[in-house]
Design a protein around this ligand. Sequence first.
Ligand code: SF4
Length: 285
Amino acid sequence: MSKLAQLAEEALRPYDGRLTGSDMDLVWHGVMGMIERFYDRDAGALDLLGVEHEYRYVDSAGVEQKGFIDLHGETDSKSPEGRAWFIADWKSSDAQWVGQKRDRQQQSKQPWDYAQALVYLGLIPRDFGTIQMQYRCWSWQTGTATVIPVAIRAEGLAAHEEEAARWSRVREGLVEEFSMYAWPKNDGGCRKFGPRYPCRRESVCWAVGPAGTNKPPLPQEALDRAARWPLSYSSRETLKRCPELYRAEQVEKALGQRVDDEDRASLMGSSWHEALAAVWNTLKE
Ligand code: SF4
């Protein structure tokens, strides 16, 4: 067994027993598929600067932002594209990466968050030119990898920054106006991802009475979490989707009520992610 395969196997070991044998096999093949498709290319053309890079910084609105970048680096002079910044993000799904799913990914603001973070952390210059971003997507259904490329141009960063800061201010306003009682609900967010993926709070959400009528005040730590917890790309997207969903999630986390979904899809995704990080860390070293 190759060294990379061994590394992947070790990284997957903690998931033994949490995933079925056949799902472990699927994940294993998913990791090996990605190694086959991308590892040599990265080893030959990329100066890898970060793997699973966790970042935190305070943005221009004074709000702490946080997140993880799966891979980032520079393409070196051996690359046909010439020297440029590069970011990759791993995604896995049961579905195929085509049609609306592909379009949605391409329109996501997530790469802009990464670019903003790298600039704030001083890892790339503000006038970085263009960052080549790749979503490297795996389909469990077909066992194939798809690349969804996105180009991030420095000219667009200021607008993204302003938009992110605007949502930080929206959150501040909501905390002031509604405290921790129910925040405004956006029924357009309930089925945002289609009827197959309803908001998980649908069954309780619409049964709750008007703000403040049927709930005792919440502990201070819950208020603190919703008001000041660093915003990540996904928590900001939740806030945009529906303020009440954001508030409810933060309260659940503050009160320790939310165990991150241990469902099959998220376990497969996280195990695959961890194994890829273990493998690509060898490249960085
Ligand atoms: S929390 Fe928001 S998105 Fe979720 S069910 Fe309620 S209104 Fe809909």
